[in-house]
Design a binder for this molecule. Structure first.
Ligand code: PEP
Ligand code: MG
Length: 386
């Protein structure tokens, strides 16, 4: 959330309040994860210089807004935006994003007493679709649970919420809630196209049940003569390892995959994404995670559907060479990251990235892979990683 609002944030600074009195001058360095309390004149000067350089880079990136996200040898990657709040919508056009790759609808459902009704949802999804024009928007169905818990719904606390009754599991047991959302999504672009995707798919049955309810929602709208989208493309999020492992069985059911690397990393390494005690284990560059991504991309090719990445990995320019090399077609990220990732993509050579990904996948350590990627990024676009 902080990232999408472009607010620097550092977490896990345990005893910091014991070391800094109210009103103390501090520098918050969200890039390096540092809070400098009572900075010296020299430190202030150095940060002033860093800020100036970063500002110059930001200004130079503005010129890329209307250029395509393509590598030097012409491999086109769609760079789209992740959106959490309606306030993020104006940033999409400013950033040069080609549409919305992930609209997280759950923020609409949090912090309120009643779920939003069909009309309210339709109006909001319509704003999302409009803000994305002329490019498409992917609306993700409700991903409640795990780290996104509604406080007021009286859901029983669970011992392992990340492994519990969440996202598509919740929706399939609440077809009334689910269908209202699907109807609203279909109504968001009457006569046009909408894209919808389902989070936390772990089995083929879940995906086919979700698609069946989507089919019912469409039939109901048609029978009632309610204007709805002509074309509805459906996708599955691949963020549970079981889904990555049965991806050939999922592909025939959908038009696209979107890899949620935040959860895929957490579930592959059994490392809670919100627990700083295990943060060192939480490695998107772990060979197991990269192998799963490769499997998904290869299956998508075999079945002739496209595949994107919408986890935080897509926003990190250090990760760009491996995602390009693995062959993803789309990367979706907070709008603020789009110009930087575009610059990174434009500085890379697809052929080289493919060779690099083979090299990286033969390594056995996530840390080693990260370091090699850091080196590649430093060589190709030092101004973005310095
Ligand atoms: C992900 O898991 O990578 C993802 C994009 O979904 P979220 O972060 O909302 O769980
Ligand atoms: Mg997720």
């Amino acid at each position: 959330m902080a990232r999408s609002l472009n607010i620097p944030a550092v977490v896990g600074l345990h005893e910091v309040l014991d070391q800094c009195e109210s009103g103390a001058p501090v520098i918050l360095d969200g890039y390096a994860g540092l809070l400098v309390v009572h900075p010296t004149e020299q430190t202030r000067y150095e940060y002033g210089q860093i800020e100036k350089r970063r500002h110059e880079v930001e200004v130079s990136l503005e010129a890329l807004r209307d250029t395509p996200g393509a590598t030097k040898d012409g491999r086109k990657i769609i760079l789209s935006a992740n959106v959490e709040l309606p306030e993020d919508l104006p940033l999409i056009a400013e950033s040069g994003a080609e549409g919305i790759g992930l609209y997280r609808t759950e923020f609409l459902f949090l912090n309120r007493v009643h779920f939003p009704g069909e009309e309210e949802q339709t109006n909001i999804y319509r704003q999302v679709v409009d803000a994305s024009r002329p490019h498409p928007a992917i609306i993700r169905t409700l991903d409640l649970g795990g780290d996104k818990l509604p406080t007021h719904l009286g859901l029983d606390p669970e011992q392992n919420p990340f492994l519990g009754w969440r996202a598509i599991r919740y929706c399939l047991e609440k077809p009334d809630v689910f269908k209202v959302q699907l109807r609203a999504i279909c109504r968001s672009n009457p006569g046009g196209k909408v894209r919808v995707m389902f989070p936390m798919i772990a089995t083929r049955e879940e995906l086919s049940s979700a698609l069946a309810i989507l089919g019912e929602a469409r039939e109901e709208l048609k029978a009632a003569g309610v204007p709805a989208a002509e074309v509805v493309e459906a996708g599955a999020m691949i963020e549970v390892p079981s889904a990555a492992l049965i991806v050939d069985h999922l592909a025939p059911l959908v038009q696209f995959f979107s890899i949620g690397t935040n959860d895929l990393t957490q579930y592959t390494l059994a490392a809670d994404r919100t627990n700083e005690r295990v943060a060192s284990l939480y490695q998107p560059t772990h060979p197991a995670v990269l192998s799963l991504i490769r499997m998904v991309v290869e299956a998508a090719r075999r079945h002739d559907i496209w595949v994107g990445v919408c986890g935080e990995m897509a926003a990190d320019v250090v990760m760009t060479p491996i995602l390009v090399g693995l062959g993803v077609d789309e990367m979706s990220m907070g709008s603020v990251a789009v110009p930087r990732v575009k610059k990174a993509v434009q500085s890379l050579h697809y052929g080289d990235c493919q060779k690099l990904s083979s090299e990286l996948l033969s390594m056995d350590s996530g840390e080693q892979i990260r370091q090699r990627l850091q080196q590649v990024a430093q060589g190709a676009y030092p101004e973005l990683v310095g």
